[in-house]
Design a protein. Structure first.
Length: 579
């Protein structure tokens, strides 16, 4: 304990160090101010102690006086050109970097700056050309030793041109003093703590602990507020994401699901579920509909391999809803010890995309079948005609020709539908508008039904209205409505066609008394490739008629739709602008 400094000794040393620091700062500021005064011409003369006494120098020769002063000062000084080359250096700077003066002049100033301070030095010099600036960095001596220094930079307008004056102050002693001061402060704090413990001053100890507690509480409050803010921002993102996000434990149990994930899996907030085969809420399936084993689930693969997976599609079957297709991305959650804690998963509902792909596949299958049927029938008729060419029967010949004509007509309609879809897709569906009477168009559209006698056409409304549109395309829409009424409502022998004038539109409707359409199918009726009956066996056709009709009406600037009630029939309608 005899070698331990007393509290008072430490305090005295601290005061001495503080005084020395103040004196060094004062000398530095005084030297800087003096140089500034010489630069700006605020002094007429100066006194320099050259060892033989004080000498008076006037500023008749400013450059000579400046050089004398610079050589006498304790700081390093250099003059740089615009490229950073040293035009002039005093002896103090050469001594500072441990080089002869002749090996300094003409060199790049950056050569004497430590590598880690190159960018900072370049920034200081760039700023100095625009205005006075200061900055601390490290010099690099000839023996690769780093010296902390303060650089004061200012432009000089010399006879040779604009130059940059740099005053370099060695901060080694100041840094050492500062380090010593910090050490003394640490020792002083330690001594204070020992003194408090030795004195057993309960009141001061309580105050200190109270202050620490208040600080901790304040810091804790700030941290909690920041965490709450981050949590709220994250929650807002999760709540508004178009993708489902979930967090699972190591056993695959879903412990968090954002609103979209809740929607996809049909669960409520706070409700959990297992991605396993025995989950009663949903069944995991492969894309082809076969059962998905637990170990083959993308979530299980991620947890087993502890590797991220991307865009793995599965299907999910709910007891009371349609099958849903989801794309899964998952990544493991690893703690600081490298242990698996669970996983984070994103679910993207790709049901619409999958249905579109399925509809396209179905369409190709249906199109192949629909095109093959009339071709097969036509081929059979031609073969029979070929066999009968030597001994033709007028009755059979007439039937074969009629059958061939119907096959060709059906084949022509199918091809036209395909061509129309292609034109619509490429924006090449042309309209040839003209004025015509609604009555003429409706009579033409319904002629084929009236001649067969299987259905009664009831014309209603103002059929003498005149409209400006593509008569052939509008006729195509009405024919499609009528054919659908016959096809999908075979027991409805009466079909009503009505025309009604609105404010600036004409509305045309086709109503049947068939079985009606399921509400969930109505929004998709005018989609491409959609067929009200998906079996592909009950009704023929490509499922393109309503899609083409909708595009024709849209190109005319009108609207198209359907009103239907199960057991009471359906009314397909469209509107067209009068002009």
């Amino acid at each position: 304990m005899e070698n331990t400094k007393s509290y008072q000794d430490l305090l005295n040393e601290l005061k001495v160090l503080q005084l020395e620091m103040e004196e060094m700062r004062y000398r530095l500021e005084e030297a800087t101010d003096t140089i500034e005064a010489i630069r700006t011409g605020e002094v007429d003369a100066l006194i320099v102690n050259d060892g033989d006494g004080h000498q008076l120098y006037t500023l008749k020769n400013a450059d000579q006086t400046y050089r004398i002063f610079i050589e006498q000062m304790t700081e390093g000084a250099v003059t740089l050109n615009e490229t950073g080359q040293i035009l002039y250096s005093n002896s103090q700077f050469a001594q500072l970097i441990n080089l002869p003066l002749e090996k300094v002049t003409g060199k790049s100033f950056f050569k004497f700056i430590s590598e880690d301070c190159q960018e900072e030095c370049e920034s200081l010099i760039t700023k100095a050309w625009k205005g006075n600036t200061k900055g601390e960095l490290s010099l690099l001596t000839n023996n690769a030793h780093k010296i902390p220094a303060l650089l004061s930079l200012k432009t000089l307008d010399l006879e040779e041109g604009l130059s940059l004056s740099v005053i370099i102050t060695d901060l080694t002693e100041q840094k050492e003093t500062q380090q010593l001061l910090e050490q003394q402060n640490a020792e002083l704090e330690e001594a204070q703590e020992i003194a408090h413990n030795l004195n057993a001053n309960l009141e001061n100890t309580v105050k200190e602990r109270t202050r620490e507690l208040e600080l901790n509480i304040e810091q804790k409050t700030i941290i909690e507020e920041n965490l709450r803010g981050n949590q709220q921002r994250l929650q807002s993102i999760l709540d508004t994401m178009a993708e489902g996000v979930g967090i699972v434990e190591t056993d695959g149990k879903l412990i968090y699901a954002n609103p979209m994930a809740q929607t996809i899996f049909g669960i409520r907030e706070g409700e959990t579920g297992l991605f396993s085969a025995d989950n009663p809420k949903w069944q995991n399936l492969h894309i082809d509909g076969s059962p998905l084993l637990d170990q083959d689930h993308p979530m299980a693969i991620m947890l087993a391999t502890q590797k991220a997976i991307y865009d793995q599609e599965i299907s999910i079957q709910f007891p009371d809803k349609e099958r849903v297709y989801v794309s899964i991305n998952a990544a493991p959650l690893i703690d600081f010890n490298g242990k698996l804690n669970g996983g984070v998963v994103t679910f993207t509902d790709v049901t619409a995309r999958r249905k579109t792909i399925q509809q396209k596949d179905d369409f190709i299958s249906i199109a192949s079948h629909e095109l093959k049927t009339p071709v097969t029938s036509l081929k059979a008729s031609i073969q029979l005609l070929g066999r009968m060419k030597d001994n033709p029967s007028p009755l059979i010949l007439t039937k074969l020709i009629e059958q061939s004509g119907r096959s060709l007509e059906r084949l022509n309609n199918l091809i036209n539908d395909l061509l129309n879809v292609n034109r619509i897709t490429h924006g090449q569906l042309q309209l040839r508008k003209k004025e015509f009477f609604i009555s003429d168009m409706i009579n033409s559209s319904s002629h084929h039904l009236r001649t067969t006698g299987t259905h009664r056409i009831d014309l209603q409304g103002d059929l003498n209205l005149q409209i400006y549109a593509d008569e052939q395309r509008i006729d195509q829409v009405v024919v499609n409505f009528l054919n659908n009424a016959v096809k999908y409502a075979p027991n409805s022998t009466e079909i009503a066609i009505s025309a009604q004038k609105l404010v600036d539109h004409i509305k045309i409707s086709v109503k049947d008394n068939g079985p009606g359409i399921l509400p969930e199918k109505i929004p998709h009726l005018f989609d491409r490739y959609y067929r009200a009956d998906h079996s592909g066996t009950q009704f023929s056709g490509l499922g393109l008629g309503l899609y083409i009709s909708a595009e024709i009406i849209k190109r005319h600037g009108g609207e198209i739709g359907v009103n239907s009630e199960l057991g009471k029939g359906s009314t397909f309608w469209f509107t067209l602008p009068i002009k």
